[in-house]
Structures are given as structure tokens and as C-alpha cells.
Design a protein around this ligand. Structure first.
Ligand SMILES: *[C@@H]1O[C@H](CO)[C@@H](O)[C@H](O)[C@H]1NC(C)=O
Ligand SMILES: *[C@@H]1O[C@H](CO)[C@@H](O)[C@H](O)[C@H]1NC(C)=O
Ligand SMILES: *[C@@H]1O[C@H](CO)[C@@H](O)[C@H](O)[C@H]1NC(C)=O
Ligand SMILES: *[C@@H]1O[C@H](CO)[C@@H](O)[C@H](O)[C@H]1NC(C)=O
Ligand SMILES: *[C@@H]1O[C@H](CO)[C@@H](O)[C@H](O)[C@H]1NC(C)=O
Ligand SMILES: *[C@@H]1O[C@H](CO)[C@@H](O)[C@H](O)[C@H]1NC(C)=O
Ligand SMILES: *[C@@H]1O[C@H](CO)[C@@H](O)[C@H](O)[C@H]1NC(C)=O
Ligand SMILES: *[C@@H]1O[C@H](CO)[C@@H](O)[C@H](O)[C@H]1NC(C)=O
Ligand SMILES: *[C@@H]1O[C@H](CO)[C@@H](O)[C@H](O)[C@H]1NC(C)=O
Ligand SMILES: *[C@@H]1O[C@H](CO)[C@@H](O)[C@H](O)[C@H]1NC(C)=O
Ligand SMILES: *[C@@H]1O[C@H](CO)[C@@H](O)[C@H](O)[C@H]1NC(C)=O
Length: 713
């Protein structure tokens, strides 16, 4: 407190002073003297322990048409006395009996429950913030901060479509979902890893704040400041309006729309200059989603919810490359990866919108059917379930196609080590991008997942949906190179699933069944992709597949699948783009110059990637990859239409924030602080008077033209 008030003196002085620089120097000299007196209390307490926390993950503010969710601190950060919660009963100390509110509550992850968090939210007058200590081992009981009925308001199952299926009436997909990630908290919530930071926090708490023998802890107490100040408030319409006002004054935004790019590629080249309907083109869409989420910003590992689907579909595309080139089926297969699906289907709703408005190289009439790969990480003795939509199946032509697709999948599984089955025919589709296509019209389609009527994923959209959960682990003493050659068990099962998907797609596209034996996914590729997404993208395999200017973006940690705001090099999107180009494209023998400048769409895209270095050289040998991979924008149509209150499309925006920091220090007693503040204010007033006197007599005091040469400060 005292330091802040001293600083305040400093700012005030320098602002009201009108005759720099000599007056300023004089002031600085005064300031030094004042600081010396007023700063005594400050130095002796506050400097004792003052640790910046290095690895913190905040929860941030998001807004939609009607609500704001997430967390925020005050502008300068919230400060509270540390209290480590031992059990739910112990909440009483924080909420009523503790003598030094507000408290900064430290929670073990097992106490990060809805019940405790809602009590803290209600008592937020005495709660300065919450720190959740992330464990090194996933909680066995499961945890999902998502809602129990994901994307409830934006899918196809509304009252108009079939009231009996709306709002998860028929089946609750994510029974463990506690909805915490959709609550609003008016204090900051951070996550810290269980490591050095946490040790420092705990030590400080033990040393200063713990009750000993039933007596209250004595000052000075250990306190923490968390700062995650968010600019946006209320809802998307409000923040968009403020954006516009702000923009005319300063180019500062208040919030940004969530969004990114979808990635797609066709098994046959397509003229991308012509938009809208293409005669004689019939496509089978093979889809997966590209994003995930967790309660905290920046950690969305999405291993099962997202990566398992991406890897399966990419491996299937790779398995199909030869067959689709040598014996092309009648229909084109369109591999599509949707972004932002977590937030009310941003990517798929935009693609459907673009198809309806002739902004995409195809339209909805070109779609023959859809096969979507949902969560497919197989756990022991689990099966794959083929979900379809009971409402559109009432149409006999749709029903017939769905049955063909299901039979194709069933017969494709015959030679493989995976079993497939269908849930009840009356059961609705799980949350899936395919629902956005059905909203537009009845299209035959199937969604493949490892669950029957509720997710088997115990960590849906949480930070625990990670490599550990998919059993993707490698012996520790291995180098990164050796790990890329080591296949965890999951690789085998995902390879089988990818083979199944590839064969079913080929048949669905009208391919010749005699080719099926040649369509087999490659476990090596599956392993390399899993490793890149779940362990580290910065590995020797992926380095070969990307252009040189992207190399710095390859991270030494698991991929973060949170969609975020639109940027050119977003991590998952770009990884999928380069992987898909490698899986479906071909290498052409041209120079780098030609690859980058001469060759161009509409039929193909060309990318110069850096390749590998030959054994006795350090110089990489790049090559040109020709593929049909494209990006298409994945920003909700609501922003295109400027309809910020619509319920037809996603309206999610992310607040802009000030720098995010966390630190701990010791605070003196409240009385001492008040005293220090008093001294600070006295100093301030005295200095104001002085300033006034000096500046009004400045002409006399500082004769013009004299430079202060000997001033030291
Ligand atoms: C906005 O989000 C809140 C919290 O999840 C939800 O209750 C509300 O229905 C959403 N509004 C719209 C228009 O989707
Ligand atoms: C944690 O502390 C130990 C020793 O105090 C140090 O060796 C190690 O590098 C630290 N780890 C991190 C991540 O700072
Ligand atoms: C954070 O990093 C700084 C410098 O890198 C270091 O001095 C400090 O001890 C670290 N804090 C913790 C809690 O490890
Ligand atoms: C707490 O009480 C026990 C026994 O009553 C005593 O031995 C111990 O010294 C006390 N500890 C402190 C820190 O006062
Ligand atoms: C693609 O379509 C455009 C517009 O119709 C046409 O001008 C161009 O020649 C076509 N390109 C190819 C390779 O067919
Ligand atoms: C991971 O291993 C455990 C124990 O071996 C098993 O129960 C679980 O099903 C496995 N999970 C996956 C995704 O293979
Ligand atoms: C069934 O759906 C198709 C489009 O997929 C449509 O052309 C046809 O009219 C529908 N039939 C009925 C009976 O609604
Ligand atoms: C990626 O790994 C290489 C070593 O293989 C290392 O030199 C480089 O700094 C890493 N890049 C990043 C962004 O961490
Ligand atoms: C894909 O990447 C591998 C390197 O792992 C490379 O040998 C191969 O030529 C690439 N293929 C294409 C089509 O880019
Ligand atoms: C690539 O093209 C160059 C010149 O056009 C030729 O000399 C070389 O042999 C080609 N390489 C391959 C692998 O075809
Ligand atoms: C690299 O090795 C090959 C044979 O292994 C040899 O022909 C070539 O000259 C070597 N290149 C360099 C630059 O040493």
C-alpha cells in the first residue's frame, strides 16, 4: 500500500510540474527524501518475500449474445490473505469466521468442485480469488467443467425439430459435466502446476498464515495478488458497440470474436475459383472437429475429445491416398476439419452458411452424405457406436443412405480388431458438426464415437483430457527420436479405427470393394501425429513437414486446442493443414521459386516445406508439396451479418485483457497500513503545496537557460 501511495506522489508531481527538466530533477530529489521517510515501513515488510509466479494459467472472460462467463480481477489485481482450504467444512473460515478478509483461497484440484466454487462465488465479498493446484496425476473420479448437454442451444434438436429430443431429454451426453466453465465469477481464478511456484506459495502459507494451537495467525501475513483484468462486460452486443466507439478514438478493442480457419481437402482437385453449385460433383464429407476447451485459458489438451478424431481422420486420408488416385471412386471425398465447434459450432455453421450463399466451391446440393469422427480413443473392451439422426431418417431416401453407410462401416470392421454397433434407433445424435448440416436440410450421415448414450470420456473439455488419459506415454529415458519410433498401445487401436474409417469412406464414395485390402492405415504415421499433438509438436518428423517460417511456432509441449481469436499461425489449425497436405498431397519436382510464386490455385495449392537434412549434412533439403488443402474462414456468420443478439449462430467473443500476473508477498497489519497510508497522504499534500509554491515562483527560482549539471538522482 505504502509503495503505491509513494508512487502516486511521484506521478502526481511529474504531471503537474510544468517546467521540465530542471524542475523535474528538483522534484525527484524531494521525492527521494520523502520516499526515504515514508518507505521505511514498506521496505521492511513488503520486500521480505516478493515472488512472481511464473507458470500461472488464468480463467478469462468470454461473452455471448446474452451472458458473460469466466473470471476477472480489478484493474490493479485482487489482493487477499492466503488461505489453503483443507476441506469443504473449512470454507467457514473463508466465508464467515476468518478475521482478515478478503482471502485468496488455495484449492487442491479435488476441492475444485461445483459445490465449493458456487459457495465462494456467493461469498465473493470475502473472496479475493482462487488458485487451483493442478495435480500431476489425473483425478480418478473424473472431472468435466463443461455443461452436461454440450452446445444445447445451437444444435439441431430444438422444439421445432423434435420436442422429445430437445435439451438432452432423451440422453445426457456429458453426465459428469458440472458447468463450471460457463459460470461467471467476479474474482480471478488461476491454475498453477504442482511445482516450484506451488512450493513457494505453500511455504509462505505455512510460515505465516496457519492457525497454531487454535489462535489466530499474527501479522505480517502472507498475501497474494492475482491480476487478470478484463476489458469487456455484459455481452457481445455491448462490447461490439464499445469496440466501435473506442476505435474512433484509439485503435483499442474491448473484445474479439472467437474464430479461426477450417481446413479442408478434396480427394479430387476442384476449381476453387468458381463458387456455389458444381454440376456433376457429389461429395462425401469426412469430418472431425479441431478445437477443445478447459476451464483455464491456454490449457486445452483435448486428447480424446479432439486429437483422437483428428489423428484418425488424417490417418484415414493417408490410407486413402493411393486408392483414390489409382482407382478413384465416383464421388469425391471431402476431408474437413472444423474449428471453434465447442463454442456453438462456429466452423461448421460458417461452412454451411457459405455453402448456402455461394461462398464455397460447393453447395449443399453437392453433398451426398456425411461421416463424422467424434471421440474415438478406445478404452479396454469398448466399442465404436454409429450414431444417426432419428428425425431425418423418417425420410425414406435418407434412411436408405444411412443404412448403406452403417452397413459399409459394419462390413469394414469385419477383418479388423474393432467392433461396431448401433445405439437405439430413437436416440438423437450426440453433439456434432453434422447437426449444423441437418439444420439446413435432411442429409444422410453417421457420427462415429466410442460411446453409446453418454460420453465415456471422464474429462470432457478439461485439462485432464491429456496424453496420460489416452495412455500415450513413453519411457522417460528415451530421446524424442526414440519416442517417435515407440508405439504405445493406443496407436494400434487408433490405426485400426483409421483403417475402418478409410475403407467405409471409400465404399461410401462408390469405390470398388476389391481395393479395400490395399487401404490400411500406417501405425508409424498415427504415432507421429499423436506424439506431435499430445507430447510435443517440435519433433524431427513435423519439422520436415512445415515451411521454415513456421518452425518457431512448433512448441515443446502438448498442443493447445482452444480456438482463440483469428490469427494466421494458430497452432492446431496450421498443424492440421501441413499434416493433411503431407497425407493427401504429392511431391513435385520444381524449384522453390516456382513452388512459391509461379504455381498457384485454383486446382491445387503448393507449399514449400523444409524437409530433412541428409545424413552427412546439416542443411535441410526442402521440397514442394502439391495438394488440394485449403483454409476457409471459421468466424461465426453472426459477425458477418452484424447480428450480435441472434440465437441462430454463435456469438462468442473473448475479452481483451491487461497483462496477467500473480505474486505473493507479506502484508503488514491493517493498522500499520493505514498509518503508512496516512504518512503517504501527508507527504502528498505537503508536496502539492510545495509544488505549487515552487512552480508559481519558478521564474525566480530557475533563471532561464541554466542547465543543471551537477544534479545526481
Ligand atoms: C450464453 O451463454 C450462457 C451461459 O452458458 C447461456 O446460458 C445462454 O443461453 C447463452 N446465450 C445464447 C444466446 O446462446
Ligand atoms: C525448481 O527448483 C529446483 C531447485 O530449487 C530447480 O533445480 C529447478 O530448476 C526448478 N524448476 C523450475 C521449473 O523452475
Ligand atoms: C520466476 O522466475 C524468476 C526469474 O526467472 C525467478 O527469479 C523466480 O524465483 C521464479 N519464481 C518461482 C516461484 O520459481
Ligand atoms: C502448541 O501447544 C502444544 C501443547 O499444548 C505446545 O507443546 C506447543 O509448543 C504449542 N505450539 C506453539 C507454536 O505455541
Ligand atoms: C476455374 O474457373 C474459372 C472461372 O470459371 C475459370 O476461368 C478457370 O479457367 C478454371 N480453371 C480451371 C483450371 O479449370
Ligand atoms: C489405459 O490403460 C488403463 C490401464 O491399463 C486402461 O484401463 C485404460 O482403458 C487404457 N485407456 C486407453 C484409452 O487405452
Ligand atoms: C427426402 O429428402 C430428400 C433430400 O435428401 C428430398 O429430396 C425428398 O423430397 C425427401 N422426401 C420426403 C418424403 O420428404
Ligand atoms: C525445437 O527443438 C529444437 C531442437 O530439436 C530446439 O533447438 C528449438 O529451440 C526448439 N524450438 C522451440 C520453439 O522450442
Ligand atoms: C511427407 O513427409 C515425409 C517426411 O516424413 C516425406 O518423406 C514425404 O515425401 C512427404 N510427402 C508429401 C506428399 O509431402
Ligand atoms: C528434378 O528436376 C531436375 C531438373 O528439372 C532433374 O535434374 C532431376 O533429376 C529431377 N529430380 C527427380 C527426383 O526427378
Ligand atoms: C555425403 O555422403 C555421401 C555418401 O554417403 C557422399 O557421396 C557425399 O559426398 C557426402 N556429402 C558430403 C557433403 O560430405
Amino acid at each position: 500500500m505504502c509503495c503505491i501511495s509513494s508512487f502516486y506522489v511521484f506521478v502526481t508531481w511529474s504531471q503537474i510540474f510544468t517546467k521540465p527538466p530542471c524542475a523535474f530533477i528538483l522534484f525527484a530529489y524531494f521525492f527521494k527524501i520523502f520516499f526515504y521517510f515514508s518507505g521505511v515501513g514498506c521496505n521492511s515488510v513488503e520486500k521480505k518475500i516478493y515472488v512472481h509466479l511464473n507458470y500461472t494459467f488464468p480463467c478469462v472472460r468470454l461473452l455471448n449474445a446474452t451472458h458473460q462467463i469466466g473470471c476477472q480481477s480489478s484493474l490493479s489485481g485482487n489482493v487477499g490473505v492466503l488461505h489453503e482450504l483443507e476441506s469443504e467444512e473449512n470454507l467457514d473460515w473463508v466465508l464467515t469466521s476468518g478475521p482478515n478478509p478478503p482471502y485468496m483461497v488455495i484449492l487442491e484440484s479435488r476441492l475444485f468442485t461445483r459445490s465449493i466454487m458456487m459457495k465462494l462465488k456467493e461469498g465473493s465479498g470475502r473472496v479475493a480469488g482462487v488458485v487451483v493446484v493442478a495435480p500431476n496425476i489425473n483425478p480418478p473420479e473424473g472431472f468435466s467443467p463443461h455443461t452436461a448437454c454440450p452446445n444445447d442451444n445451437s444444435g439441431v434438436y430444438t422444439e421445432n425439430y423434435d420436442p422429445t429430443l430437445a435439451h438432452c431429454n432423451a440422453t445426457v451426453w456429458n453426465p459428469l459435466g458440472n458447468g463450471l466453465a460457463y459460470e461467471e465469477f467476479d474474482f480471478p481464478i488461476f491454475s498453477v502446476k504442482d511445482d516450484n511456484d506451488t512450493r513457494v506459495i505453500r511455504q509462505c502459507y505455512q510460515d505465516h498464515n496457519r492457525r497454531v494451537n487454535g489462535s489466530n495467525p499474527q501479522f505480517p501475513l502472507c498475501a497474494m495478488q492475482l491480476r487478470s483484468s478484463m476489458s469487456a462486460v455484459t455481452n457481445t452486443a455491448t462490447c461490439k458497440r464499445r469496440n466501435d466507439i473506442n476505435f474512433s478514438l484509439t485503435p483499442d478493442r474491448v473484445c474479439d470474436e472467437l474464430g479461426d480457419f477450417n481446413i479442408w481437402a478434396s480427394s479430387r482437385p476442384m476449381n476453387t475459383t468458381t463458387k456455389g453449385h458444381k454440376e456433376f460433383e457429389s461429395v462425401v464429407i469426412a469430418a472431425a472437429r479441431m478445437d477443445s476447451r478447459s476451464f483455464f485459458f491456454d490449457i486445452a489438451p483435448g486428447a480424446e475429445s479432439t486429437a483422437s478424431g483428428i489423428v484418425t481422420l488424417l490417418a484415414a486420408a493417408h490410407a486413402l491416398r493411393r486408392a483414390t488416385q489409382e482407382a478413384p471412386p465416383n464421388r469425391t471425398i471431402l476431408y474437413t476439419f472444423f474449428q471453434g465447434e465447442t463454442f456453438d459450432y462456429i466452423g461448421s455453421s460458417r461452412m454451411v452458411y457459405d455453402m448456402e450463399n455461394n461462398q464455397f466451391p460447393l453447395d449443399l446440393d453437392n453433398i451426398h452424405s456425411v461421416l463424422e469422427v467424434s471421440q474415438v480413443g478406445l478404452h479396454s473392451d469398448s466399442k465404436l457406436w454409429l450414431h444417426s439422426d432419428p428425425v431425418s431418417r423418417k425420410n425414406s431416401s435418407v434412411k436408405e443412405e444411412v443404412e448403406k453407410l452403417v452397413n459399409g462401416l459394419k462390413s469394414a470392421s469385419a477383418g479388423l480388431n474393432v467392433s461396431v454397433d448401433e445405439p437405439d434407433v430413437s436416440q438423437p445424435l450426440p453433439p456434432s458438426s453434422f447437426q449444423r448440416f441437418l439444420l439446413a436440410r435432411p442429409i444422410p450421415g453417421v457420427v462415429i464415437g466410442n460411446y453409446r448414450s453418454s460420453f465415456t470420456n471422464r474429462y470432457y473439455e478439461s485439462m485432464y483430457d491429456n496424453a496420460e488419459y489416452l495412455n500415450v506415454s513413453y519411457p522417460e529415458n528415451m530421446t524424442s527420436e526414440e519416442q517417435l519410433e515407440h508405439f504405445p498401445e493406443t496407436v494400434k487401436t487408433l490405426t485400426e479405427v483409421a483403417t475402418l474409417v478409410a475403407r467405409a469412406l471409400y465404399v461410401q464414395a462408390g469405390g470398388n470393394e476389391t481395393q479395400l485390402a490395399n487401404i490400411t492405415a500406417d501405425p508409424q504415421i498415427v504415432n507421429q501425429m499423436l506424439y506431435s499433438f499430445l507430447v510435443r509438436a517440435n519433433n524431427s518428423w513435423l519439422q520436415q513437414l512445415v515451411p521454415t517460417d513456421f518452425t518457431n511456432h512448433l512448441a515443446d509441449r502438448p498442443t493447445n486446442f482452444y480456438v482463440g481469436v483469428i490469427q494466421y499461425f494458430s497452432e492446431p489449425t496450421t498443424l492440421v493443414q501441413y499434416m493433411l497436405a503431407n497425407m493427401t498431397g504429392s511431391v513435385v519436382n520444381v524449384t522453390q521459386e516456382d513452388c512459391q510464386n509461379t504455381l498457384a490455385p485454383p486446382l491445387y495449392t503448393y507449399m514449400w516445406v523444409q524437409g530433412a537434412a541428409p545424413p552427412n549434412s546439416t542443411e535441410r533439403e526442402g521440397f514442394c508439396v502439391r495438394s488440394t488443402v485449403h483454409r476457409s474462414i471459421a468466424v461465426s456468420p453472426a459477425f458477418e451479418l452484424h447480428e450480435y443478439t441472434t440465437s441462430n449462430y454463435s456469438t462468442w467473443t473473448e475479452s481483451v485483457w491487461k497483462p496477467i500476473t500473480g505474486r505473493i508477498f507479506l502484508v503488514a497489519s491493517h493498522d500499520l497500513e493505514m498509518l503508512t497510508l496516512g504518512v503517504g497522504i501527508t507527504v502528498l499534500l505537503t508536496s502539492l503545496v510545495l509544488t505549487y509554491v515552487i512552480s508559481s515562483k519558478a521564474d525566480i527560482l530557475f533563471s532561464s537557460g541554466r542547465e543543471p549539471t551537477s544534479a545526481t538522482y
